[in-house]
Write a protein that binds this ligand. Structure first.
Ligand SMILES: [Zn+2]
Length: 426
C-alpha cells in the first residue's frame, strides 16, 4: 500500500513534509519524498491522501474499557472500535474492572480478548494495590510478565503515602511507570463539582483544586525520594501545573497528562445540572483551563489522554448528586486536540507529540512513530473537515459525551494498525 501525497507529520523525528509512505507486510517500508522514487506494482493499493495529514496512529494512555465485568457499558470490542474511529491505534486500559486487574489472569484475559476481538492494540494498566483497596501491593513482576505496561489505582488515589512510596520503589525494579490518580479524599469527599463561585451558586458541595494539587505535591516528593517513575493522570488545575513545572525543573522523573475536557470546558457547564458534565477530577474554572493550555504549550504537560469513561443511562439519568463520574472521549478527542493547533497553543508537531510519541515513550510501548522498519500504525486526518459531533453514531456503547452537537473541524480518514485498515470499517 502507498499513502500518496499527504503531509507527513512525525513528531518523534520532527518531520513535517509532503511525501509518500510505503507499507509492506504490515510495516512501514519507506517514507519517500519524491514520488518518482517509487514504482508501484499492479497489486499495490495506492491511496491518494493529498491535502490530508499522515501521522503516527494516536495513543490514548488512559481509557476505561469496562471489560471484564461491566460489558453493558463498554466491551473491549466496542471500546477499541471507538478508538480506531477516533484515530487511535493503541489504548492503555485502566484496572478498575470487575474483577480488578490486579493479577496475571486478568491481564492475560484482557490481552487475549483484545487479540481476538479488538480493533487496535490494547495495553493493560494493572492495579497498584490488590482490589484497588490501597492496603497491599499487587505482584508487579507477575503483572509485568503478563503484559501490564504500568500500574495505577485509577478511579481512586493511593491514600497511604507509605504504600505509594513502596509502589514507586517496587515499580522501579520492573521499569513500570506508576500512574497517580491524584486526589486528597479528605478534601474531595462528598463533593460533586469544582469548589468555587459556581458550586456556591448551585448549592452543590465542591471539590477544591487543592484536593488534586496537594496529592500531586506528595507524589512528586515521593518520586524524588525513591527515584521511581511517576505519571500524573488527568491534570486539571492551575496549581497542579505549577507544581509539575517546578518538579520537572528540579529533574524529578515525573510526566503528566490532561484530557480534552480540561482544556475545553469549565465548571459553568454544570449550571444546567446535566450529569454529562459530572467527571472526576471536576471541570474547573476558566483560569485553570488557561493554565492547562500553558502547561501544554511549554511542555509541562506531556500527553493528552481521553479518560474515556463510558456509563449507561442507569448511572447518568439521575440526580446530579447521585450520578456517576465520567465522560466518553475516544470519538471526540481528535478535533478538540487539533483545535489547540488552531488556537496557537502549539505547532502541529508539538501538539501531535502529546497523542503519539510522548505517551508511547511514557508507557514504553512500540507506538507513535513513522520510522521505516516499524509496524505500520498510521492515522490519516482531514484537518479541515467540518463535523458536528453526534454521539448517536458512536461505536462506543457510551452516550455520555459532553460535546454533543458541537461543530468542530478535523476528521479521521483512515486508521491503520499493523498495516491493516481498521477504520473505516468494512
Ligand atoms: Zn482517574
Amino acid at each position: 500500500m502507498i499513502l500518496r501525497g499527504g503531509r507527513i507529520l512525525d513528531p518523534e523525528r520532527r518531520i513535517d513534509r509532503i511525501g509518500d509512505i510505503v507499507i509492506h507486510d504490515g510495516h512501514i517500508q519507506a517514507v519517500v519524498w519524491d514520488p518518482k522514487d517509487i514504482v508501484p506494482s499492479p497489486q499495490t493499493r495506492v491511496i491518494d491522501v493529498s491535502g490530508k495529514w499522515v501521522v503516527p496512529a494516536w495513543v490514548d494512555m488512559h481509557v476505561h474499557l469496562r471489560e471484564p465485568g461491566e460489558e453493558y457499558k463498554e466491551t473491549i470490542a466496542t471500546g477499541t472500535a471507538a478508538a480506531v474511529a477516533g484515530g487511535f491505534g493503541a489504548v492503555a486500559c485502566m484496572p478498575n474492572t470487575h474483577p480488578v486487574n490486579d493479577c496475571a489472569a486478568v491481564t492475560e484475559f484482557i490481552r487475549r480478548r483484545a487479540q481476538e476481538q479488538g480493533f487496535c492494540r490494547v495495553y493493560p494498566v494493572a492495579a497498584i494495590s490488590k482490589g484497588l483497596k490501597g492496603q497491599e501491593l499487587s505482584e508487579f513482576g507477575e503483572l509485568r510478565e503478563a503484559g501490564a505496561v504500568a500500574v495505577s489505582d485509577d478511579g481512586r488515589p493511593v491514600t497511604n503515602a507509605a504504600l505509594m512510596r513502596r509502589a514507586l520503589e517496587y515499580a522501579r525494579a520492573f521499569d513500570l511507570v506508576v500512574i497517580s490518580h491524584a486526589e486528597e479524599e479528605a478534601l474531595s469527599r462528598g463533593g460533586h463539582m469544582h469548589e468555587g463561585l459556581v458550586s456556591t451558586r448551585l448549592g452543590l458541595q465542591g471539590i477544591p483544586a487543592a484536593a488534586e494539587a496537594a496529592m500531586i505535591a506528595r507524589d512528586v516528593l515521593l518520586a524524588e525520594l525513591t527515584g521511581g517513575r511517576l505519571h500524573i493522570a488527568h491534570v486539571s488545575t492551575e496549581a497542579s501545573v505549577w507544581i509539575l513545572r517546578e518538579a520537572k525543573r528540579r529533574g524529578v522523573a515525573v510526566t503528566c497528562e490532561t484530557a480534552p475536557h480540561y482544556f475545553t470546558l469549565t465548571d459553568e457547564c454544570v449550571e444546567g445540572f446535566d450529569t454529562v458534565f459530572k467527571v472526576n477530577p471536576p471541570l474547573r474554572t476558566r483560569r485553570d483551563v488557561e493554565a492547562v493550555k500553558e502547561g501544554l504549550a511549554d511542555g509541562t504537560i506531556d500527553a493528552i489522554a481521553t479518560d474515556h469513561a463510558p456509563h449507561s443511562v442507569l448511572e447518568k439519568d439521575t440526580e446530579f448528586q447521585d450520578a456517576a463520574n465520567g465522560m466518553i472521549g475516544l470519538e471526540s478527542a481528535l478535533p478538540l486536540v487539533l483545535g489547540l493547533i488552531r488556537d496557537g497553543v502549539g505547532d502541529p508537531l508539538d501538539i501531535l507529540a502529546k497523542v503519539t510519541c510522548n505517551p508511547a515513550r511514557i508507557l514504553g510501548i512500540p507506538m507513535g512513530s513513522l520510522q521505516p522498519g516499524l509496524p505500520a500504525h498510521v492515522t490519516v486526518i482531514d484537518p479541515e473537515a467540518e463535523v458536528v459531533i453526534d454521539p448517536e453514531g458512536f461505536q462506543s456503547k457510551g452516550r455520555n459525551c459532553p460535546f454533543r452537537g458541537w461543530s468542530v473541524r478535523g476528521r479521521v480518514v483512515l486508521t491503520l494498525v499493523d498495516g491493516l485498515v481498521r477504520y473505516p470499517f468494512h
